[in-house]
Design a protein around this ligand. Structure first.
Ligand code: BYC
Length: 319
């Protein structure tokens, strides 16, 4: 069988492409692009919530938030490792992120103004992430699909902690309820934008669906997210900031208002409220961490030398 034919056949049979398999250059490039953007999003995504670790209102909330932010770091690590199986170099990927040559999710360019934002990020942003990422557990590239299984389990804990925090605040004072409503008003539309441009303006969807990298289009997943979230908003007692949001019996889905796609373009293009701050923070952290990378490399080199020069160990006597 020809290499291309074997690749197409693996995809058609719903089996996984593994790192040792032949794959078209364009498939490899698409996977590296998506996985790298995803990894960068996890790492940059630590910042908006990390901002609240020192100001969490109780020890319990602080412990939860610390665990969540550490999970995001872990997700970034699995994803960079998955990108490395395709021949990408992690140092180069980080270089592309901090020089603005690779993207990360638009959602992390918005500020976290109050502690209610921590809850709303868990509820809406992690909720959107789950909607988007559960189908990626069946993505055609093996290492990515497997990383996604673990990531989704952790995202579901993140979503629940956010919702539980909001439930607590909604049972609190009027001021707390106002904070939750204000955070919901600010994060709702950006959360819908996380799913990417509308299908008619999404250059990558058709090919990524054919390769079974993506299992649903951007609009399908956005609709699924809206349908899932409206009853959660009702249960919470918050209003979603969209006057056109209503159940459509004929479609069996909620209709919703027009998303401002010019805002998504602006934010992806670098002009969101926090783009410069996010990238600068990441660049500074990378530079501050140089000594750790140097020390780890020196330690590894010393041990490799040690292992090479050491006498072979004498066989152990078995009693
Ligand atoms: N923001 O043709 P399209 C998380 C880019 S992590 C920025 O539809 P595709 C979390 C797109 O990449 C959240 N860029 O592309 C972490 C493409 O770029 P190029 C991240 C966006 O790939 C911490 C161009 O626009 N999740 O949830 O078919 C704490 C055209 O778009 C955005 C992932 O990365 C955006 N919103 O579909 C809490 C999931 N949307 O070609 C939570 C994996 C689009 O110009 N990724 N772009 O370089 C995916 O599922 C897909 O890549 C997307 C886009 C659905 C995002």
């Amino acid at each position: 069988m020809e290499l291309t034919e074997r690749f197409e056949d693996t995809i058609a049979r719903d089996q996984r492409i593994e790192p040792r398999d032949w794959m078209p250059d364009a498939y490899r490039a698409t996977m590296i692009r998506q996985i790298a953007q995803h990894a960068h999003s996890e790492i940059i995504g630590m910042q908006p919530e990390g901002n609240w670790i020192t100001r969490a209102p109780s020890l319990r909330r602080k412990a939860i938030l610390l665990a969540k932010v550490q999970d995001e770091a872990g997700h970034g690590m699995y994803l960079y490792s998955a990108a490395e199986t395709l021949g990408a170099d992690r140092t180069e990927l980080t270089g592309k992120l901090i020089s603005g040559r690779q993207k990360y999710s638009s959602i992390f360019n918005y500020p976290t103004l109050t502690f209610a934002d921590v809850g709303v990020i868990g509820w809406l942003v992690d909720g959107a992430a789950i909607c988007n990422q559960v189908p990626l557990c069946r993505s055609s590239y093996g290492p990515y699909a497997r990383a996604m299984i673990r990531i989704c389990k952790e995202e579901s804990f993140h979503q629940r902690q956010g919702y539980e925090l909001l439930l607590t605040m909604m049972r609190g004072t009027d001021a707390q309820r106002r904070m939750v409503q204000d955070a919901t008003d600010r994060w709702w539309w950006p959360s819908l934008m996380m799913f990417g441009p509308p299908d008619g303006e999404s250059p990558n969807t058709a090919q990524s669906m054919a390769w079974k990298i993506k299992r649903h289009t951007n609009d399908e997943l956005r609709q699924r997210f809206v349908d899932m979230t409206v009853p959660q908003a009702d249960a919470l007692g918050v209003r979603l900031p969209d006057p056109d949001l209503r159940w459509n019996d004929r479609r069996g889905h909620y209709d919703f208002g027009a998303v401002d796609w010019s805002e998504l373009k602006r934010v992806i293009g670098g002009a969101g409220p926090c783009n410069a701050q996010r990238v600068e923070h990441r660049r500074a952290a990378h530079e501050d961490g140089a000594w750790v990378r140097e020390a780890a490399l020196a330690y590894a080199a010393k041990h490799t030398e040690g292992a090479e020069s050491a006498e072979p160990a004498a066989p152990r006597e078995v009693a």
